[in-house]
Design a binder for this molecule. Structure first.
Ligand SMILES: Cc1ncc(COP(=O)(O)O)c(C=O)c1O
Length: 406
């Protein structure tokens, strides 16, 4: 029996992620990897996690840490996150928070809640690959949104060909893959466009805390709540994560939104996995409460130095005609090669020289952007960045030679 014949039509849109395949390469000895989007494990606050784990598993605490828990999440963690959201200008209380298994699950649940077959989602081209992966299962049509608000609602509606645009997905801070940040004016413009379209905004804030330069810009949810005087009527659904600040392996993220939306998401969470791992929530609540405010500045200093090393090396070695973004934080720089380059072909040559990156086309729902690529600077150290960019630039200087795509 051929089971593939029995798959639901939505399975056709589920494809293996190029990033996941590439992550396998990170284990190859000697490789300088600018692929993946992973934090440097040397910077994990392992001691704090070890102590918190011991406490969570000692005496009576162990009985609750190893037990089933409420689908919305542990009270102590929701409390900490609500307070954190208030520090960002969002007037949240714990009832506005749902704990998810990573913010990736939040994207999936929001897709499940809002996208019906034939609905449309507006998002930037390029966009976070994992968001496309999460939304694809609900079979939306994608329409191109200019995150700076320079594409009219009329254009987007035309592209949607009568489909209702349900969600506008944006990553306002140090976006994956471009590293770009939206100004306050751009955030207000997106809000106005979403209002005009009658769409909800998914504000993916996975990198929000990793700012190395300049002043924090208020989340879209904070700007909207300030306009309306309450979070309860807001159309913005904020997705947060501890993956980039504490550690991704515990898989703890959250949604901050109006209580009515949280109540509905709790039902989806129940149906999906009942709740995020109780032990992990207890550990993250303790570690966030004790070291978040001192640990994040350490990450900012370390990653900021790596970003400067990457920008310096790009400046020194890349030939004329190559452009790149100049991020204020996050983990990525986005490179645009001259139009006759194919970044996937370049990757196969780069791998022969032990250099890895992600070809940009993977981040475009329409497969365009063949001459673009994403460089991660959070994992390699400064010396590797210098060496890796010098070698990569050498390959770019050889020109757009054709080779076997990998
Ligand atoms: C923009 C963005 N959103 C969400 C996620 C998912 O993060 P997590 O599920 O680990 O919270 C990632 C991970 O790389 C990301 O880059």
């Amino acid at each position: 029996m051929i089971l593939t014949d029995l798959y639901a039509p939505r399975a056709n849109r589920m494809k293996a992620s190029e990033i996941r395949e590439l992550l396998k390469l990170l284990d190859r000895p000697g490789i300088i990897s600018f692929a993946g989007g992973i934090p440097d494990p040397a910077l994990f606050p392992s001691d704090a996690f070890r102590e918190a784990t011991q406490r969570a598993l000692s005496g009576e605490a162990a009985q609750s840490a190893l037990q089933y828990a409420a689908s919305e999440g542990l009270a102590a963690l929701r409390e900490w996150i609500a307070q954190h959201m208030r520090s960002l200008g969002v007037p949240a209380v714990p009832e506005n928070i749902l704990i998810t298994s990573g913010s990736q699950q939040a994207l999936d649940h929001l897709g499940k809640l809002f996208i019906g077959t034939g609905d449309a989602v507006a998002l930037g081209f390029p966009t976070y690959l994992g968001a496309l992966g999460a939304f694809n299962a609900y079979e939306p049509l994608y329409v191109r949104l200019d995150p700076n608000g320079n594409r009219s609602v009329e254009r987007m509606r035309e592209e949607a060909q009568g489909a209702k645009i349900k969600l506008a997905y944006v990553t306002p801070d140090f976006a994956n893959p471009t590293g770009e940040t939206l100004s306050k004016a751009a955030r207000l413009a997106i809000l106005a466009q979403a209002e005009e379209m009658g769409a909800a905004i998914v504000e993916d804030a996975a990198y929000q805390a990793l700012r190395f330069e300049g002043e924090d810009i208020a989340p879209i949810l904070a700007l909207e709540a300030a306009q309306s005087g309450t979070i309860e009527t807001c159309r913005t659904l904020y997705c947060g994560s501890f993956s980039k600040t504490l550690a991704p392996g515990l898989r703890i993220g959250w949604v901050c939104a109006a209580k009515t939306v949280i109540d509905k998401l709790v039902l989806l969470k129940q149906a999906g996995d009942l709740h995020a791992a109780t032990l992990n929530q207890a550990i993250v609540a303790e570690v966030a409460g004790s070291i978040f405010d001192t640990h994040v500045p350490r990450l900012r200093a370390a990653y900021g130095a790596r970003l400067r090393a990457m920008l310096g090396a790009l400046e020194r070695y890349m030939p004329d005609g190559v452009r790149w973004t100049n991020p204020d934080g996050g983990m990525f720089v986005w490179l645009t090669l001259p139009p006759d380059f194919d970044a996937t072909a370049l990757l196969s040559r780069a791998l022969e020289h032990d250099i890895a990156f992600v070809p940009g086309a993977a981040f475009f729902p329409d497969g365009s952007g063949r001459n673009t690529l994403r460089l991660n600077f959070s994992k390699p150290d400064e010396e590797m960045i210098e060496d890796g960019i010098r070698r990569l630039a050498g390959l770019v200087r050889e020109g757009p030679r054709q080779s076997q795509p990998c």
